[in-house]
Design a binder for this molecule. Sequence first.
Ligand SMILES: NC(=O)c1ccc[n+]([C@@H]2O[C@H](COP(=O)([O-])OP(=O)(O)OC[C@H]3O[C@@H](n4cnc5c(N)ncnc54)[C@H](OP(=O)(O)O)[C@@H]3O)[C@@H](O)[C@H]2O)c1
Length: 247
Amino acid sequence: MATDSINKSEEQESAAWKGVRVAVTGGTSGLGLALVEHLLGRGAKVVFVARNRDGVDRVARERAGAHGITGDVAEKDDIYPIAIQILGAVGGLDVLINNASSLGPVPLAPLADTSCEDFELALETNLLGPFRLTKALLGALAASAREGRSPLVVNISSDAAINAYPNWGAYGASKAALHHLSEVWNTELRVQGIQVISWDPGDMDTPLHAIAVPGADPTALRRPEDAARELISKIEGHISTLREAGR
Ligand SMILES: NC(=O)c1ccc[n+]([C@@H]2O[C@H](COP(=O)([O-])OP(=O)(O)OC[C@H]3O[C@@H](n4cnc5c(N)ncnc54)[C@H](OP(=O)(O)O)[C@@H]3O)[C@@H](O)[C@H]2O)c1
């Protein structure tokens, strides 16, 4: 009986994702990789982006059905090529997850010791990259809305967007701006049926966290797979609410 109901809920989860076209930036490590794996497992059409070609090829080779794109979301000139490849790979777009991120200065440093270049890198990767990529994909997201597919943009945020942690200034400022951008864009795009949210996954055991906090105990951190599962449930909730509202 218990097994039957577990299978049933897994089937229902999968049914919700069958054929949904999803793009994940930063899909070769940590949260992004976990999202790629879990979404593929639920039957979504998944395309992901990262800078390192070997990493992209490896993930695409090892995860059947995953489409990999090599590109840098911090580079303005990469954005349209990335957007065109996303649409070519999965034939449109329903969910965009802007997950790729830069810490800024590594090791983390007080703002007074942060170079303008490191600050710019955090803003280019964490704020302007998501802004440009979302903008380049708005036509496809609007088409998804017209087809009743309830498109959604998820910008991955952090508690550093809210709390003023010393040494996290470049990263925190970029994530705070990303959070605000998400809220403004959500109000502007709702009329077209496109929803934009920002979401904080919590502290996870990933390479990014290991670089930021080298002495942290990995066992006290969240597994990226658990964060991915939580986000996927949240997205399902958003999509079904929008569909019920008939947007
Ligand atoms: N880990 C945490 O504790 C934590 C806490 C709160 C929020 N977050 C947020 O969660 C998200 C995922 O973090 P994570 O810890 O999973 O990171 P991660 O393990 O370091 O993975 C980052 C991924 O992004 C790609 N990437 C980095 N810069 C890129 C760029 N400019 N263009 C394209 N791809 C790029 C990386 O591949 P390449 O290097 O090959 O490009 C990699 O696939 C980030 O937005 C982060 O800010 C993390």
